[in-house]
Design a protein around this ligand. Structure first.
Ligand code: S3P
Length: 437
């Protein structure tokens, strides 16, 4: 292995200071490669996340016959083959750790003329896929999966019919899978959500010339449209910035600027929650927008936090930020209550269980509930914690360790490279105590 540590040892060194830029957005990077591959011609992607998840998506399209150049880090030139130009793969398509890759690809590939098999790593192989298989089957797709889990065996050559569907769960991945299938189906597909989710698929389809109507909670497109190549600028990932926002809020004496952060309102629920807890995070508009997404510099100063009841309606807007929020809650005065976040149980790990277990190991009182937790803030002690191979859990505990009485050993951190390669170096640069073990 190339020097990637299995564990981290973390503990506080100094107040956090600096001016940093986090890597490109994972959700946007996946979609950029997918849509560029389907376009009729070459597209350039700038700001592409060089993470394992998004590289897995690029590797899948290479297997499907799409030539992708990487002239420099963060740049891809994708020579799109057209929506009917993909080639039958010679082997299973490996999505690695990436749920986004597998679910969106299921929607895309079920309407193609060839068979394909989608596989993933141990974590992805435990994640529920019925949420995409069932609605895609209603459109006419044929996908086999034992117990609704990967691998997904997709039988190509089906003629899909459009669907008008009200989804039972708020999931951008499911919505996006249906839109990619709908693009290849006869008729108008309409997806209605119980709560609006990130709309990157919709806005990016429009950037590729597709006629699509969308508003929060609703997306509608006509099948049979083709994609024009374009240039995509990927904003930086709010979910990666989140660890630094929480860390600088918690560590006394900190002052940190995180530059040019993607501020899609369906992603920034954590900001509202942290501010309600007492955080001092200022937004300074930077560039007008990046790739149609608004961006801002976020300036964070240390501030003491107090516990709150997190409004359940905000859960979809901060769905990837709960590990970081749990750490904020552990360091706040009083109790923080999280409800309406049952989806956390089916992420890269069961994030309610992994965070509760780890925080308890550090001396914090946490009561798990089926859809959330009650966290009583307190002093964090030293101790070993496990990330269970979950990138966001590993980074959340690296933040927690900055507040602990002694060193914290965080197990199984290699998967941080799925979403945030270089997190440890950037964290050290601003003052984290963090080293590989
Ligand atoms: C994502 C949607 C969310 C999120 C995931 C990325 C996406 O998942 O948790 O990290 O890119 O569409 P769900 O659709 O399962 O909520």
């Amino acid at each position: 292995m190339s020097g990637v540590p299995r564990d981290w040892i973390a503990g506080r060194v100094t107040p956090l200071r600096g001016d940093i830029v986090v890597p490109g957005d994972k959700s946007v990077s996946h979609r950029a490669v997918m849509l560029a591959a389907l376009a009729d011609g070459s597209s350039r992607i700038e700001g592409f996340l060089e993470g394992e998840d998004t590289r897995a998506t690029a590797a899948v399209f290479a297997q499907l016959g799409v030539r992708i150049e990487a002239p420099e880090p963060g740049v891809r030139i994708v020579h799109g083959v057209g929506i009917d130009g993909l080639r039958a793969p010679g082997a299973p398509l490996d999505c690695g750790n990436a749920g986004t890759a597998m679910r969106l690809l299921a929607g895309l590939l079920c309407a193609q003329p060839f068979d394909s098999v989608l596989v993933g790593d141990a974590s992805l192989s435990q994640r529920p896929m019925r949420r995409v298989i069932d609605p895609l089957s209603r459109m006419g797709a044929r996908i086999d999966a034992d117990d609704g889990l990967p691998p997904l065996r997709i039988h190509g050559g089906q003629h899909l019919a459009a669907i008008d569907i009200a989804l039972p769960i708020a999931s951008a991945q499911v919505k996006s899978a249906l839109l990619l299938a709908g693009l290849q189906a006869a008729g108008d597909t309409c997806v209605r959500e119980p709560h609006p989710t990130r709309d990157y698929t919709e806005s990016m389809l429009r950037a590729f010339g597709v006629d699509i109507t969308f508003s929060p909670g609703l997306a509608e497109l006509r099948g049979g449209q083709r994609l024009d190549p374009t240039e995509i600028h990927v904003p930086t990932d709010f979910s990666s910035a989140a660890f630094f926002l929480v860390a600088a809020t918690l560590v006394p004496g900190s002052l940190l600027r995180v530059r040019g952060v993607g501020m899609n309102p369906r992603r920034t629920g954590l900001l509202q929650v942290l501010r309600a807890m007492g955080a001092d995070i200022r937004e300074e508009p930077s560039a007008a927008s990046v790739g149609g997404e608004s961006v801002a510099d976020l300036v964070v100063r240390h501030a003491p936090l107090h516990g709150i009841e997190v409004p359940p309606t905000l859960a979809p807007d901060m769905i990837d930020e709960f590990p970081a929020l749990f750490v904020a809650a552990a360091c706040a005065s009083g109790e923080t209550v999280v409800r309406g976040a049952a989806e956390l149980r089916v992420k890269e790990s069961d994030r309610i269980a992994t965070m509760a277990h780890g925080l308890r190991a550090l001396g914090i009182e946490v009561e798990e509930t089926p859809d959330g937790a009650r966290i009583r803030g307190g002093r964090l002690s030293a101790g070993p914690v496990e990330s269970h191979g979950d990138h966001r859990v590993a980074m959340a505990f690296a933040v927690a360790a900055q507040l602990a009485d002694g060193e914290v050993r965080i197990g199984d951190v290699a998967n941080v490279a799925t979403s945030f390669p270089g997190f440890d170096a950037l964290a050290r640069q601003v003052g984290f105590g963090l080293r590989g073990a």
